[in-house]
Design a protein around this ligand. Sequence first.
Ligand SMILES: [Zn+2]
Length: 457
Amino acid sequence: MLEKAIQSWYDKYGQEVKDLAKRLWELSETALEEYESCKLTAKFMEKHGFKVETFNCADSTKPHNTVVATWGSGHPVIGFIGEYDGLPGLGQEVKPYPSPKKGNGQGCGHNLMAPSCGSAAIALKYAMEKEGLQGTIKFFACPAEETVEGKMHMARDGVFDGLDCCMAWHPKYCNLEVRENIQNSLTNMKVEFFGKSAHAASVPFDGRSALDACELMNVGVNYLREHVDPTTRMHYSYISAGEKPNIVPKYAALHYFLRTKDLKYGYEVLERVKKIAQGAALMTETECKITVNVMASGCIQISEFNDFFYEAMKKVPPLTYTEEEMAFATEIFKNVNGREPREGEEVIPTGIKKPTGNHVNAPVSTDAGYLTRLTPTSRLHGWGWVYGTPGHSWGIVSACGHEIGFKAAVHAGMALAQCGFDIAKDPSVIKVWRKNLDEQLAKEGGNIKPIFPERKG
Ligand SMILES: [Zn+2]
């Protein structure tokens, strides 16, 4: 059963958690611009007795976008991380069908994360006070997950230092479970070519095309695909591709994402891609400049922590929806999947799933990768989305602005708070997790340094 104090905190303040989720949904501020979201979240934590610090993790001259809220003293130091960034152009009314509105939208449901994980920290504080348990609780509201950088900025500045363990939750169209995959590491880079402009009809022979260099580089990378580990993903877009067809472009630039199974292999692939860029420059007699914006690590899984978290999840009371809420969800389901739900099919998954212990590679990446290498970390996902809804789409924006998402945030918060409480009662469990982490890092040859984003201003 859920710890009584945690339950009674959520009974009393659950509505406040939902209200915050609704406000963050309305704001839907995008990556690094979560100024109002930051203020609201900080106020929520402060009101409930946390010492709160806010700052801009990426650019100190702009308003604050990051919250660090702390309570208690000494060990264990238990961390919770939440997010709040929305996605550009995904504005949508809370309707069970596509009903776009101007502006940004919570296409990944991050508006539920800061309220869920922040409230878990508060409910845990309340329970620890009641039981007279020792320890420190830290909640981090992290900006810019969508651009895979917020936590990298924070880690660069040592914001996560000193944690004994860390937890998180992300909504998803599945039962609540530990996110057990090993997400790819990611190199986010810019490749610029500098050539010489000329009239493209009368004197093309006097020009040296930077655009040609980009195209040759992409051809080269496309040939490289066959000769890298199959878990590798390489994608690019053009940042600049010249101005007009009648001018030989003197400048052109590419934006590259290289995703690899780990950071060690990431450095290897980066070197090979650099050679291709240099080859393209050589062929076109242009100059090339490569800037790595961020190089994010993949994740480490701690099986013992994941299993421990599952035990806490089991104590959470069932997540239920009213008939009216179910009707709304079913309408989304039909519009998203193009069919009626089948007999016994769950329209909104509300169950929990046991960890498998199988840590498979996933091609996607996260800015939390490095954090999982700093401290034992276990992250949940599940609940809050209608089954079959594609990520970053209207159906998620809609569900996350509705009770479907709000209730999920409250219930996931209970799981996080309960896990924190179980840790606080017996902090010796952390030793096993830390040992596991250290062993995995040693096997890789230490904690390979990622490339942190530069701090501007
Ligand atoms: Zn997300």
